[in-house]
Design a protein around this ligand. Structure first.
Ligand code: GTP
Ligand code: MG
Length: 296
């Protein structure tokens, strides 16, 4: 019987290259939220891939950003922490990249020289990756260069085979039933934030956070037989709050009902979801607010 392998891989890259989409494709589940907008992911989350030979713990990370506030600092710090905890790195790029940006040099700088790195060019269903590979080859050494597509699943078997070479022998750390190392409450907040990203435009989703004020499982509420969630959509200004609420409350109702359905699917429980809109002025620059919202 082949020796089992188990290791941690940090997936890092610019915003919007498809890091979270790749995790969902590998796990064959809607584990983490994705959106066409950059800066979707805000917390490094461990997502667990299992097959007969291995357990690979992929850390989804926020896209490295040019930090403009304390939230941006938190996002970048969480990438450093994920790197610190990993056996190897999967640097994800967009196959369509035709020029390097300062973010790429910064990514090359923060990856410790001692860590092996696989370079994967995502969205190769849309663009030929050869030119992008040539550009990135100037930044550091890579163990492998693999064209992939999280959308069509192209190259994913080859990617897993390469990663298997880089992780140590060892037994699984997580129960194979576990998809993500996080709480149900965090997942519910992320589902709601995913709907905010889906339905609202421009700056508003970036200025919005979700706070779970109350989360009661059906065991705690036997008379209701429902998962009871009370949550707040926190924006920075009254203007943003108005947009989140929408005309006659239409927007917040839509976010609420779509979130409820998605949380019911994930948890398997009927859900009662109450959503409120609140303002915390400049929460992205405020340490106390960031801590309260789970960004510290
Ligand atoms: N055509 C194509 N689009 C993709 C592919 N993978 C992801 N996308 C799209 O790219 C966009 C960004 O995807 P995400 O997975 O949220 O990207 P991310 O790197 O996690 O982004 P941040 O969390 O903001 O750093 C979404 O609109 C995806 O649908 C792919 O293989 N092909
Ligand atoms: Mg992401």
């Amino acid at each position: 019987m082949a020796q089992k392998k188990c290791g941690v891989i940090a997936i890092i890259g610019r915003p919007n290259v498809g890091k979270s989409s790749l995790i969902n494709a590998l796990l064959k589940a809607q584990a983490v939220i994705i959106s066409p907008k950059p800066q979707t992911t805000r917390n490094a989350v461990r997502c667990i891939y299992n097959d007969e030979n291995s357990q690979i713990i992929f850390t989804d990370t926020p896209g490295l950003n040019i930090s403009r506030n304390k939230l941006g600092d938190f996002l970048n710090d969480s990438i450093l922490e994920a790197l610190d905890d990993s056996d190897a790195v999967l640097w994800l790029i967009d196959a369509g990249t035709r020029t390097l940006s300062p973010l790429d040099s910064e990514i090359a700088r923060i990856i410790p020289q001692s860590l092996p790195v696989v370079l994967a060019a995502n969205k190769s269903d849309k663009s030929d990756p050869s030119e992008a590979f040539t550009l990135y080859e100037g930044l550091r050494e890579f163990r492998a260069e693999i064209p992939i597509s999280a959308k069509t699943k192209k190259g994913l078997d080859e990617l897993i085979a390469e990663i298997m070479q880089l992780i140590p022998e060892g037994e699984a750390i997580y129960d194979p039933e576990i998809l993500m190392d996080t709480t149900e409450k965090f997942m519910a907040a992320e589902i709601i934030r995913g709907k905010v990203l889906m339905f609202l435009r421009d700056e508003v989703p970036h200025c919005t956070a979700v706070e779970i004020d109350e989360y009661k499982s059906p065991d705690e509420y036997p008379d209701r037989k429902k998962l009871y969630i009370r949550a707040s959509l926190i924006t920075e200004t009254d203007g943003q709050k108005k947009i989140v609420i929408g005309e006659k409350g239409g927007m917040i109702k839509r976010i609420g009902s779509e979130s409820r359905k998605a949380i019911e699917e994930v948890t398997g429980f009927p859900v009662y979801l109450e959503l409120w809109a609140k303002v915390i002025p400049n929460w992205r620059k405020n340490n106390t607010a960031l801590r309260r919202l789970g960004y510290s």
